[in-house]
Design a binder for this molecule. Structure first.
Ligand SMILES: [Zn+2]
Length: 208
């Protein structure tokens, strides 16, 4: 199973992809992770990527796509989940072309959808432990139940930042839903339900 996972920040992609890894043995591919690894291992693409990062510039698509392609070609086992990439239609088209070169076709694009105000509520109620970095939410109070450290709201999770991130997502990534629908591989999942219900819906719609 070769999947692309789509959804705005805060819809629960991380939680659901962790289940796919655990239950189905899929390989989780995050562009952030492979970029960090390539830079750390000084691979040819990693060295190029670092030059852009050091200059404070975005790493260009051709480098990211090259890294994704090489990571996918290494995947052994039942398949992968692509998370956080592609982020726009031009990246999606370039990725399709590169993957067809190595005989890989995406099976499904799973889009997890949650109402905007519910996402804002979820993300702004998130809290992080200053000591152990555990993520929880404000219902836990202001003291970490794991280590006793102080729970704080991360800057990323304040309301204005959250709304800005969602606007960025809507303008660039949301059109991908239409792109994958046109290709006939889109699966839409209602992410407003509980974690277990969302997982059950994913399993049912993917026939697993
Ligand atoms: Zn803690």
């Amino acid at each position: 199973m070769k999947l692309v996972l789509l959804g705005a920040p805060g819809v629960g992609k991380g939680t659901q992809s962790a289940r796919m890894v655990k239950e189905w043995g899929l390989t989780h591919i995050s562009t952030g992770d492979i970029l960090r690894q390539a830079v750390a291992h000084k691979t040819p693409l990693g060295v190029q990527a670092k030059a852009y990062m050091d200059a404070g510039e975005l790493v260009p698509d051709f480098i990211v796509i090259g890294l994704v392609k090489s990571r996918i070609s290494e995947v052994a086992g039942p398949g992968f989940i692509l998370d956080g990439f592609p982020r726009n239609i031009s990246q999606a088209e370039a990725l399709d072309k590169e993957l067809s070169d190595i005989g890989v076709t995406l099976d499904r694009a799973v889009s997890i959808d949650v109402d905007r105000e519910m996402i804002v509520k979820r993300l702004t109620s998130r809290r992080a432990c200053e000591s152990c970095a555990r993520i929880t939410n404000m219902s836990e109070g202001d003291k970490c139940s794991a280590c006793g450290g102080r729970l704080v709201q991360r800057e990323d999770d304040n309301e204005q930042t959250v709304r800005n991130r969602l606007n960025v997502y809507d303008s660039s990534t949301a059109p991908l839903v239409g792109y994958f629908r046109d290709k006939g591989i889109l699966t839409e999942i209602d992410g407003s339900k509980s974690v277990d219900e969302v997982w059950a819906d994913i399993r049912m719609t993917l026939g697993r």
